[in-house]
Design a protein around this ligand. Structure first.
Ligand SMILES: O=C[C@H](O)COP(=O)(O)O
Length: 237
């Protein structure tokens, strides 16, 4: 399974280093062989060798150039980073990234062979409009994306569930994932208020291949516990 921590605009470089080292120790001591990804803030990116894979939360579709405030491929290369999050709801809805811009970014990093975690998910008003409009809305977020890309992972994150403590029911997650799985053979993660208290149940769902965790992942011991849950489920199956 794939267990991913999006640290967002949290943890300094020093705190991130401690976080990653503690996580790495835990994975090694507990023989955890799950795919564990950590996405630090851009200023906390660092080279790391071990089980933990470091990814970028964002980068511009360029190697370098005049794009004030952005980082590019050169900055990721410096740390051997080959994994990137694209289409996170905070980039779509807070920072205003359009589908067109996301596709451009997707294609740029796809050409370079990056592992791409591509996020999709509906806001509350769309959810409230009903299941069909919701699936249509999410389908539009697949537009222009190569859903057969071999290094693609998709994360379904309902916008209204992110950082709110609200989640769809397990049945709702399963139903949505089943429909989204028809769109792409890529592994499908669930994200949105995943905590130690609900992670195991979510991971046990058949259509869930992993989780993308925000707030709860800031506590490294909580994130370690979630990695352990995934390992136990895999060992059991
Ligand atoms: O990328 C992670 C998601 O935005 C989930 O965040 P959250 O776990 O704080 O709801």
């Amino acid at each position: 399974m794939i267990i991913a921590a999006n640290l967002k605009t949290n943890l300094t470089r020093k705190q991130t280093l401690e976080y990653v080292n503690e996580l790495e120790d835990f994975l090694n001591k507990n023989n955890i062989s799950q795919e564990v990804l950590v996405f630090p803030a851009a200023s906390s990116l660092n080279a790391h060798s071990g089980k933990v894979i470091i990814g970028a939360q964002n980068a511009y579709a360029t190697a370098n150039g005049a794009y004030t405030g952005e980082i590019g491929q050169d900055h990721l290369d410096e740390f051997g980073i080959k994994t990137i999050l694209i289409g996170h709801s905070e980039r779509r809805h807070i920072l205003g990234e359009s589908q067109e811009e996301l596709v451009k970014k997707f294609n740029y990093y796809k050409e370079l062979g990056y592992k791409i975690i591509y996020c999709v998910g509906e806001p509350l008003d769309v959810r409230e409009a009903g299941y069909e409009p919701m699936i249509e809305y999410i389908s539009d977020q697949y537009e222009g994306i190569d859903t057969n890309y071999e290094n693609l992972i998709i994360a379904y994150e309902p916008v209204w569930a992110i950082g709110t403590g609200l989640t769809p029911t397990l049945e709702e997650i399963e139903a949505t994932h089943k429909d989204l799985k028809k769109k792409s053979p890529a592994p499908l993660l669930y994200g949105g208020s995943v905590k130690v208290t609900n992670a195991n149940d979510v991971l046990e769902l058949q259509s869930v291949d992993g989780i993308l965790v925000g707030s709860a992942a800031l506590y490294v011991e909580h994130f370690c516990t979630m990695c352990e849950y995934a390992q136990k489920i895999e060992n059991k199956n």
